[in-house]
Design a protein around this ligand. Structure first.
Ligand code: COA
Length: 197
């Protein structure tokens, strides 16, 4: 791990020099006031109502890229959630328990404030299709304007999950359909409890 940090630091240094910036530009990459460990910490925020196999695919892929990943559950103001914040956190904890370096948490308020409080410089978001882009682009740029230290990294889920969304799964479950191909097993059970019979 030390090697990759040193290598990234070198790239940053070379880039800084190429751009004619002082080496202290490195502080932008590794802000000491945000924890100062130099380790890469990312936040994966979302409503996760509920977590899907698409989310889980992204969590697994990204967990190998960062030293630590915090999956951060929040209430999206424009959505009426099916599961409480606590239920969503518990489901995520259960389905990510075997993935090294992943923690699950919840937050309220601004994402950038939460990222800063956690010492994270990276916000991870999934891009499933072009239709996600405009909204994600707006959020990423707004977040960076509010806090220039926080950068958004986008990853694509596996194509087999690129059409999934939590609301589609809620709809299938509410109409008595089978959601086993779309969500982890513990979530299938929780959805059954929400929509019995
Ligand atoms: N697989 C499957 N589905 C996925 C997915 C993936 N890899 N990635 C995203 N989705 C789906 C989600 O299930 C969700 O579906 P739904 O709309 O049917 O519920 C949809 O895509 C949206 O993704 P989600 O990750 O849930 O984002 P969100 O839009 O609910 O939340 C926040 C966005 C939480 C990041 C944003 O509201 C936020 O930052 N809030 C904090 C307040 C703040 O800082 N606001 C200013 C932002 S500029």
């Amino acid at each position: 791990m030390t090697v990759s940090i040193q290598r990234t630091g070198c790239y940053a240094l070379v880039l800084g020099v190429c751009l004619g910036r002082k080496p202290d530009c490195l502080t932008v990459w590794y802000p000491e006031e945000l924890g100062g460990t130099g380790l890469t910490k990312a936040i994966y925020p979302g409503s996760f109502d509920p977590v899907t196999l698409g989310h889980l695919d992204l969590i697994r892929r990204s967990s190998t890229l960062f030293d630590s990943l915090v999956v951060a559950v929040t209430n999206n103001r424009v959505k009426q959630p099916l599961f409480t914040l606590e239920e969503r956190v518990a489901m995520l904890q259960e389905v990510t328990a075997d993935i090294e370096g992943v923690q699950v948490d919840s937050f309220s308020g601004l994402l950038v404030d939460y990222a800063r409080s956690k010492g994270a410089q990276i916000v991870l978001r999934g891009l499933r299709a072009i239709s996600d882009f405009e909204y994600e682009f707006q959020m990423a740029l707004t977040n960076r304007k509010i806090d220039p230290v926080v950068n958004t990294v986008f990853m694509m889920p596996s194509e087999e999950f690129s059409y999934l969304s939590s609301s589609i799964i809620r709809e299938i479950a509410s109409l008595g359909g089978d959601v086993t191909p779309f969500v982890p097993a513990p979530v299938v059970e929780k959805l059954r409890q929400k929509f019995p019979g």
